[in-house]
Design a protein around this ligand. Structure first.
Ligand code: SAM
Length: 326
């Protein structure tokens, strides 16, 4: 399989790299850049990637003048809903679970300063050179699934950069297409939201520096019922140390589940950690994000449809008493 990009520019290249990060079916080395042909050929993309039109759409979405063509292409592309221009979930079927303890083969940035913001937020970061003073990602949705929370947060906090971290490749691909579809349909919006395929249990410090995040979300995480699998849970005393490191003082962790035992587990891990304290009832009522926890994600909507109960724990990162004067 290969993909040829005719008449490309830096944003094209970055966008294609972003797409390829989450798929194992084609590598960056399979991409041929044929810039010289640009002068004779009108903007055209030829691809042998399994869904030609989909990929064309991906590239063309960068160029406003091509948006009409994307719509035309989408009409011929069964993976895209004709009326909304958004991806259809059934074409992104994924295994129910991925093992978070196994080794995977996706690229990982060496450090937070190596995260290429121009791949994720091309309109806000036209080049990969990021001066120290520039904006950083502030919200992380861990195990974002199909991205419902991020999409709601993107318009609620249009000035905040946010990212979803998701382990399953097809699911990540779906979220990417969803974001791109929304960007095309709503020019100027959804530029602050992105997704990355990664294992959050292993690579959080590669993406975020100390005190960078103001919100972290853990919505309906996999329960890993068996005791021997509790070490696969995304909330644990040891992982909370990492989350406390990347959260700023005052930053908030939001968790919710429909599994009572997991709800108890997450709450007790947070309650027993020196660097977290629960939000008061008044604070929970005043926080618009709390209302989204049970309604914005696909998993939450499924639980609501089935009349299931949910268990949430929302905690703030604090400075432990022993560090009060430092
Ligand atoms: N938060 C979403 C929602 O509420 O709809 C998805 C919930 S789903 C039950 C849990 C998601 O976490 C899955 O999509 C799974 O692939 C992802 N996941 C599990 N372990 C992960 C890890 N270590 N790193 C990143 N994502 C992970």
């Amino acid at each position: 399989m290969w993909i040829s990009i005719i008449k490309y520019s830096t944003p094209h290249v970055q966008m294609v790299k972003w797409l390829l990060e989450s798929t194992e079916e084609i590598r960056w080395s399979d991409v041929k850049l044929e810039k010289n042909k640009a002068k004779q050929t009108p903007l055209k993309h030829s691809a042998a990637l399994h869904e030609e039109a989909k990929d064309f759409c991906f590239l063309a979405s960068l160029i406003p003048s091509l948006q009409r063509e994307i719509m035309l292409q989408n009409k011929a592309n069964p993976t895209i809903n004709k009326s909304t221009g958004l991806p259809r979930k059934r074409f992104y079927r994924a295994r129910a679970h991925s093992n978070p303890l196994s080794d995977s083969h996706f690229p990982v940035p060496l450090s937070p300063s190596h995260v290429d913001y121009s791949l994720h937020y091309p309109q806000l970061f036209p080049s990969s050179d990021r001066s120290d003073g520039s904006k950083k990602i502030e919200f992380a949705d861990i195990g974002c699934g199909f991205g419902g929370l991020l999409i709601s947060l993107s318009t609620l906090f249009p000035e905040t950069l946010m990212i979803g971290m998701e382990l399953r490749d097809k699911v990540t691909e779906y979220v990417k297409e969803r974001i791109l579809g929304l960007r095309v349909a709503n020019p100027g919006q959804y530029q602050n939201v992105s997704v990355v395929r990664t294992n959050s249990m292993k690579y959080i410090p590669n993406y975020f520096e100390k005190g960078q995040l103001s919100k972290m979300f853990f919505l309906f995480p996999d329960p890993h019922f068996k005791e021997k699998n509790h070490r696969r849970r995304v909330i644990s005393p040891h992982l909370l140390d990492e989350y406390a490191y990347v959260l700023k003082v005052g930053g908030i962790i939001y968790t919710i589940t429909d599994v009572e035992e997991l709800g108890e587990w997450m709450k007790s891990c947070l309650q027993n950690h020196l660097m977290f304290e629960p939000l008061s009832e008044t604070e929970l009522d005043a926080d618009p994000v709390v209302k989204l926890l049970s309604t914005a994600t696909e998993e939450g909507q499924k639980v609501a449809r089935n009349g299931g109960q949910t268990f949430q724990a929302v905690y703030r990162r604090i400075k432990p008493a022993s560090q009060e004067n430092s």
